[in-house]
Structure formats: structure tokens, C-alpha cells
Design a protein around this ligand. Structure first.
Ligand SMILES: [Zn+2]
Ligand SMILES: [Zn+2]
Length: 266
């Protein structure tokens, strides 16, 4: 049991950082720069959490930001629970308005990501991801035994569910508060910040998508950004957008506080 729990906890932390630091803040938003080997490490950590093709993930997420909460947002809440959580991932191909060659120019020529994307055949890319995720756990089973493999598998599957459900609830104003009057429905959920390593501060992120730091107000914390800061200390990043401009704009706007109505967007 102890082996399972340790494997689960360690795997969860590595996978959530892979999604947050690798897929999200690096691939989708380029909020910091690092050597290719570091990028591949974090992206692989995210990939093994059933997150599918890095090109698909990053370009769909860029579309989410560009068209937040409109009909062109891949997982907009206006599509209802089923589609906004799970339905959108079952589309056969990229939507017409999401062309990776245009909105993922920095990703499409990378041989590793290109291989995982299967030429834009989304379901084939998901299938490959599932197969490789399970093969990885079989390797763990052969090398370290069942509790370790099972702990890793459960953490990866949980991470996938957390990501999908997060897309939904992070745009429901009943679950959080807003520091910025963005045109979308994004909210900050401090209560989810620890489990999501700072991703819970989603309204801060939508207002400042280029910032590697989501903790912009007093009392907010962002474990992913702390990890990026630690990477910087170790010389593993060459440039980081630390969010200082975003913090200044927040402080400025707080001099004339604006009450943002809290209501359900369902
Ligand atoms: Zn969002
Ligand atoms: Zn984002």
C-alpha cells in the first residue's frame, strides 16, 4: 500500500507539472524559454498523463484563449456539460478554424511532436497516446512491480480527468472570484490551486496568458511558477515572464476597485 501511495503521489506531482509547466505554460503560451531537452522532459511528463498530442493540446488551448466562451471555443461552457468536458475530444479532426500550421507554427515542424500528432488525425493521435501511456505502465510493472505501476496509472488517469473537468469549472463564476474584468467567464479558484499547482488561478491567467506566474494578488500562490523559478536558479531556463507587468496592472486597477458580479454562466 505504501509503495502504491508513494508512486501515486510522486507520479501525480510529475504529471501535473508536465501539464502545467510543459504543455500549458511552455508549449501553449511560451511564457519561459528553456533548452529543448528540458522542454521534452516536461512535455513527456504531460503526455504520459493521457493528454494526447502536444500539437493538438497547445493549438486547441490557443483557440480556447482566442475565442473564450464563444462558439469557436473548443470546450466552451455554452455547449453544455457533455460536450464541454468530454465531447470535444472525440472530434475526428481539428475544427476548421484551428489550423496547427497557422496557430502552431512553432510546433508543427518538431519531429517528436509531429510524430505524436499523426498528421492531424485526432483520434489516431489519442489512440497512440493511450497505447504509449499503457506501455509505459507495463514497463513500470516489469521493472518495479504492480503497486508502482498501478500508482502511476491511477495518477495519470486522474490527471486526465482533472484537466477535462477543470476546463469546465474554471469558467463557472459560482466556483471562484475574479481579479480582472476579462471578456470571458474565467475565475480564480484558490481552493483548487494546490491540487492544480497554481492553474486554479485561471482568471489571472486569462488576463495575462503570457505570464509564467499566475499568483498576482496577495495571498495567491502558484507552485508551478515556484518550480519554474527553481529551474531558473538551476540554470534550466534562459528567460521567464515573471508576471511583474500583470501585477502592476492589477494594483493599478485596484486603486479604483470594480465589483464584478458573481453569477452562474449556465
Ligand atoms: Zn480558460
Ligand atoms: Zn492558457
Amino acid at each position: 500500500m505504501i509503495e502504491f501511495l508513494v508512486s501515486f503521489f510522486v507520479s501525480y506531482v510529475i504529471h501535473i507539472l508536465g501539464v502545467s509547466i510543459g504543455y500549458h505554460r511552455l508549449l501553449a503560451h511560451r511564457s519561459y524559454k528553456c533548452p529543448r531537452v528540458v522542454e521534452y522532459f516536461w512535455v513527456t511528463a504531460g503526455y504520459l498523463a493521457f493528454q494526447s498530442s502536444p500539437i493538438w493540446w497547445a493549438t486547441m488551448h490557443r483557440a480556447h484563449h482566442r475565442y473564450s466562451d464563444t462558439e469557436l471555443d473548443p470546450h466552451a461552457n455554452l455547449y453544455g456539460w457533455r460536450r464541454s468536458i468530454y465531447g470535444w475530444i472525440f472530434d475526428e479532426k481539428y475544427p476548421d478554424h484551428v489550423d496547427p500550421k497557422k496557430c502552431g507554427k512553432d510546433l508543427v515542424d518538431d519531429p517528436f511532436y509531429k510524430f505524436l500528432d499523426r498528421g492531424g488525425r485526432v483520434q489516431e493521435a489519442h489512440l497512440l497516446n493511450g497505447v504509449l501511456c499503457f506501455l509505459f505502465r507495463f514497463a513500470l510493472l516489469a521493472l518495479f512491480g504492480l503497486p508502482i505501476a498501478l500508482g502511476s496509472l491511477c495518477a495519470g488517469l486522474l490527471m486526465q480527468q482533472v484537466t477535462l473537468i477543470f476546463n469546465k469549472i474554471s469558467h463557472m463564476q459560482i466556483f471562484g472570484y475574479r481579479n480582472f474584468e476579462t471578456t470571458d467567464d474565467s475565475v480564480n479558484m484558490s481552493w483548487l490551486s494546490f491540487v492544480t499547482m497554481g492553474e486554479g488561478l485561471h482568471n489571472n491567467h486569462h488576463a495575462n496568458p503570457g505570464s509564467a506566474n499566475n499568483a498576482l494578488a496577495k495571498g495567491e500562490f502558484d507552485l508551478s511558477y515556484m518550480t519554474i523559478k527553481m529551474m531558473k536558479l538551476l540554470g534550466l531556463t534562459s528567460w521567464v515572464n515573471d508576471g511583474s507587468a500583470a501585477k502592476r496592472s492589477l494594483n493599478k486597477s485596484r486603486m479604483t476597485p470594480v465589483k464584478v458580479p458573481v453569477e452562474s454562466n449556465l
